[in-house]
Each structure stands twice: as structure tokens, then as C-alpha cells.
Design a protein around this ligand. Structure first.
Ligand SMILES: NC(=O)c1ccc[n+]([C@@H]2O[C@H](COP(=O)([O-])OP(=O)(O)OC[C@H]3O[C@@H](n4cnc5c(N)ncnc54)[C@H](OP(=O)(O)O)[C@@H]3O)[C@@H](O)[C@H]2O)c1
Length: 228
């Protein structure tokens, strides 16, 4: 496959996704920023594709069309879009649980499956999951919907690894760290938050280093591999 090689980032309007898109752009990569809203705050020079809700098949088809119409080839697909709902046993909102699954779990699968024909033979796919979705690391309970959606997102990524590494495509599940973004502003407890720029740098470093040999793993933005 030939054509201009691009990095596609979902959920690029703000937070970690915005930082990943802008950092890649600054180093000279061609970036397609898929935004749920309009991407108005993004740096000049990015290909902004607005109204890309990862739960909406028609919207994701529009993202496919944008890239395909320009004969672009996807080198990196960064599935970053995500939401966090804070629920506790006794007050679980099952409608919101389904919404978090739609965005956090099915979203990256839908986007990756739709864009597959445009992926380069040596492409790399990232899914931003979360340490909160680790079974081995769960020592506190709570956050049912988010934990379940991110644990299942890790399974999406591991499955994609098995299916896509045969084609030469490497897949990595990235945990950004505890990051000060809109997503965590109501998160209870005291944490040493890092800034989204630092999380983005780490995820880009992980993706730069990713090979078929290290594909199918779960990695912190600080480089440490995490337990499932
Ligand atoms: N922050 C942390 O500590 C942390 C830790 C672990 C994992 N993560 C994961 O990291 C990723 C980025 O989070 P963040 O902290 O940067 O959060 P954020 O600042 O809230 O940004 C999330 C982005 O996802 C977009 N989005 C939400 N729903 C979407 C949908 N249905 N379709 C497409 N885009 C959608 C948002 O669009 P709008 O701006 O238009 O709402 C926003 O641009 C998420 O997957 C999150 O779960 C974050």
C-alpha cells in the first residue's frame, strides 16, 4: 500500500489525545485528528475531522472516507477516545455502563475494524485502556463500569494483536498514568497526577519502540509493562 503515511488519533479535541496529536505533528508526522466536537483548539496544520463519535458507525465511515479520499495510508492508529463514570455498588447506572462500553470497548474495535483496509502492512495500533482495567492490579474495587469497559478493551487489543500481527501490524494497550485532565477532575482521592503532555510523550515513546516481538502487551506510559 502506498500514499501519504499518517497517524490517526481519536478523541483528539482535548486531554491526552490532543497532546498526542500535536506532539506527533510537531515532530513532522502527518496527523488526522478525529474529534468528537470540532477540534477548534488544535494546532494549525493537522487534518481535523470533526463529529467523529466512535460509537456511531456512520461517523466512523466518514473518517474512513476522509482518509481514503486523500489516498492516505495509516501508519499509526491511536484509539484514545474514552470516558470515565464514577459508580459504586448500590448506585450503578446500567445505562451509563452501556455507554462506557460503547465508547471505551466497542469504540476502539469499531474504529480499528473500519480503518483496517487503510492500515499499512507494518502499521501500529494503540488502544488507551487503563490500569484500572487490570485484574491483577485491582486492590480497591469500585468503578464497575469503567473497570469492566477497560478490562474488556484490553481483551479487544489482545485479540487484535493475535489477528493483526500475522499481517505485520503490532498492537499495544497503553495506560497513560494518573493524568490531570477533565476526565479525572472529579476523581476522589489524592494522587500525584502527571500532565497530559508527559503522558502523551510516554505513549509516543512506547509506540515508537513497539515491534511485532513486543506486540500484544499492556504498558504504562513510563515504560513499565503491566499485568492483565
Ligand atoms: N486521565 C487519566 O488519568 C487516564 C488514566 C487512564 C486512562 N485514561 C484514558 O485516556 C484516554 C484519554 O483520556 P483523557 O484523560 O485525555 O480524557 P479527556 O480529557 O476527557 O479527553 C477524552 C477525549 O475523548 C473524547 N470522547 C469522549 N467520548 C467520545 C466519543 N463517543 N467518541 C469520540 N471521542 C470521544 C472527548 O471528546 P470531547 O472533548 O468532545 O468531549 C475528549 O476529546 C481515555 O481513553 C481515558 O479512559 C485516562
Amino acid at each position: 500500500m502506498s500514499g501519504q503515511r499518517v497517524a490517526v488519533v481519536t478523541g483528539a479535541d482535548r486531554g491526552i489525545g490532543k497532546c498526542i496529536a500535536e506532539q506527533l505533528h510537531r515532530r513532522g508526522d502527518i496527523v488526522v485528528a478525529a474529534c468528537l466536537f470540532d477540534g477548534a483548539g488544535l494546532a494549525d496544520g493537522l487534518h481535523i475531522v470533526p463529529d467523529i463519535d466512535v460509537t456511531d458507525g456512520d461517523a466512523v465511515d466518514r473518517l474512513f472516507k476522509y482518509i481514503n479520499d486523500r489516498a492516505m495510508t495509516i501508519g499509526w492508529l491511536v484509539n484514545n477516545a474514552g470516558v470515565l463514570g464514577l459508580d459504586e455498588l448500590g448506585s450503578i447506572d446500567y445505562g451509563d455502563m452501556r455507554r462506557q462500553f460503547e465508547i471505551n470497548t466497542i469504540g476502539p474495535l469499531r474504529v480499528t475494524e473500519t480503518l483496517l483496509p487503510l492500515l499499512a502492512d507494518d502499521a501500529k495500533v494503540s488502544i488507551t485502556t487503563s490500569r484500572v482495567g487490570s485484574l491483577g492490579d485491582n486492590t480497591s474495587g469500585g468503578m464497575y463500569a469503567y473497570r469492566l469497559s477497560k478490562a474488556a478493551a484490553n481483551m479487544v487489543g489482545l485479540n487484535l494483536h493475535h489477528d493483526l500481527s500475522k499481517r505485520g501490524i503490532a498492537v499495544l494497550m497503553n495506560h497513560p498514568g494518573m493524568v490531570a485532565t477533565d476526565l479525572t477532575k472529579d476523581f476522589p482521592g489524592d494522587f500525584d497526577y502527571i500532565q497530559p503532555e508527559q503522558a502523551a510523550e510516554g505513549i509516543i515513546r512506547n509506540m515508537d519502540a513497539l515491534t511485532l516481538e513486543t506486540s500484544g502487551r499492556f504498558q504504562h506510559s513510563n515504560g513499565e509493562y503491566l499485568p492483565w
